[in-house]
Design a binder for this molecule. Structure first.
Ligand SMILES: Cc1ncc(COP(=O)(O)O)c(C=O)c1O
Length: 403
């Protein structure tokens, strides 16, 4: 990647557009980031109009703005608008894709150690329902999926390959494009959980080679909560029937028959949060304008700065992968992660705690305890990083918190 990260003055400009930066030192962008004022205004204005003239009437007035969001998302990930469906959040998007795939007894689901908890539960449910088996491909020494072992594990009996791009519990970036090339060659459907990578990494679905990509709005895209989307590749789309279509995703053509829409919106339902969707559009436009390449460079740089700052002060970090994104995990020896989180919150510093049950395969293998997850974004400053490291040092050296 040849792009340069955002300059200091550009970061300052971006922070000035973000009201939350005046209130908190936010290291929870991978949980829910801080929106720009424009994203917030889009939502508030829409809600005000709904309250003033009625929800259906407000929707009727904003059809073009609603439709434009598909174009914005398509641009963000190099897709076409017909390949995008609204979703309330990433898990809904992921499940819509997963449960549309035909599966039968004896087939395998191929996945990775860093796979997300919600996805693992769906695999277990599919095991109960269809009699499929779950195969977790071991990781390479750096913690990313081992591509050789992955290639050997592929076969005609694989119902789906499910890969979490950036896991919930650390900075790892899995080699999604390499996996995509292998699944394409093997003609196996590839479902990419991009919940944590969309908005922080520059993504192009044709490079990734995925058939599906699921994403949420509130994390690195800096959109509102309760928003997300699903990408479905146009080649696989006509072969798929959503598990729970309604009369929006399908036309009830006659009392005995329905016809699915011919675009990815066959995965949508009729009702949704209009204000949220348009506000997500504003967040995606913001990312597109700033440039995802530059955002990625900046986020990775800040992540490295935080890891270096922690290491310089003697803190261990637990992030895997030769390539790392903006999620940084650490611990304060002898102090429970939840107590650290509360102590930081008392200083207006936001972090989250990542627990082993969200990524069991990885956490059990590495024997991970609850960890503090501090996630940076392009609006994170070196001063904020210094503030966080100093606060962690105080908590460690103060020594009075619960273990
Ligand atoms: C890797 C990964 N996938 C999926 C999800 C679920 O996203 P949502 O809460 O939007 O459904 C998360 C949430 O943290 C995640 O980290």
């Amino acid at each position: 990647m040849t792009s340069h990260g955002l300059s200091e003055s550009e970061v300052d400009e971006q922070r000035a557009l973000t009201p939350g930066t005046q209130h908190v030192t936010h290291f929870n962008h991978a949980g829910s980031s801080l929106p720009t004022q424009a994203v917030l205004d889009t939502q508030l204005d829409y809600l005000t109009n709904e309250a003033n003239i009625g929800g259906y009437e407000a929707a009727g007035q904003s059809i073009d703005a609603h439709d434009a969001v598909y174009d914005s998302i398509a641009k963000l990930i190099g897709a076409s608008r017909h390949e995008i469906a609204r979703a309330e959040h990433a898990t809904i998007a992921w499940n819509a894709a997963f449960w549309s795939l035909p599966m039968e007894k004896g087939q395998r689901i191929l996945t990775v150690e860093a796979e997300y908890g919600a996805n693992a539960v769906a695999f277990l449910r599919a095991q109960e329902r269809y009699g499929v088996s779950i195969e977790v491909v071991p990781s390479a020494p750096d913690g990313s999926v081992d591509l050789d072992r992955f290639e050997s594990a592929l076969g005609d009996d694989v119902a789906v390959v499910a890969l979490t791009h950036v896991p919930t519990n650390g900075g790892l970036v899995n080699p999604a494009a390499e996996v995509g090339a292998l699944t394409k060659a093997a003609r196996v459907p590839f479902l990419l959980d991009a919940c944590q990578s969309v908005g922080q990494l520059a993504l192009d679905v044709s490079e990734l080679g995925c058939d599906f990509l699921s994403a949420t709005g509130r994390k690195y895209l800096r959109g509102p909560r309760g928003t997300g989307f699903l990408y479905v590749n146009s080649e696989i789309l006509p072969t798929l029937t959503p598990d729970q279509p309604d009369h929006h995703g399908a036309h009830w053509a006659s009392p005995e028959r329905y016809e699915l829409r011919d675009d990815a919106r066959r995965f949508e339902h009729w009702e949704f949060n209009h204000a949220g969707w348009q506000s997500l559009g504003a967040a995606v436009d913001h990312a597109n304008q700033l440039g995802m390449d530059r955002i990625e460079v900046t986020v990775k740089q800040r992540g490295e700065e935080l890891r270096a700052g922690l290491a310089a002060d003697g803190f261990e970090t637990f992030d895997l992968g030769n390539e790392k994104a903006g999620l940084v995990t650490t611990a304060v020896p002898g102090v429970a992660a939840v107590a650290v989180k509360s102590a930081l919150a008392a200083r207006s510093i936001n972090v989250s705690v990542t627990t082993p049950d969200t990524t069991q395969w990885d956490a059990v293998r590495r024997g991970l305890p609850d960890l503090i997850r501090a996630s940076v974004h392009y609006i994170t400053t070196p001063d904020e990083i210094a503030e966080l490291v100093a606060a962690l040092r105080e908590i460690r050296d103060g020594g009075s918190l619960p273990t």
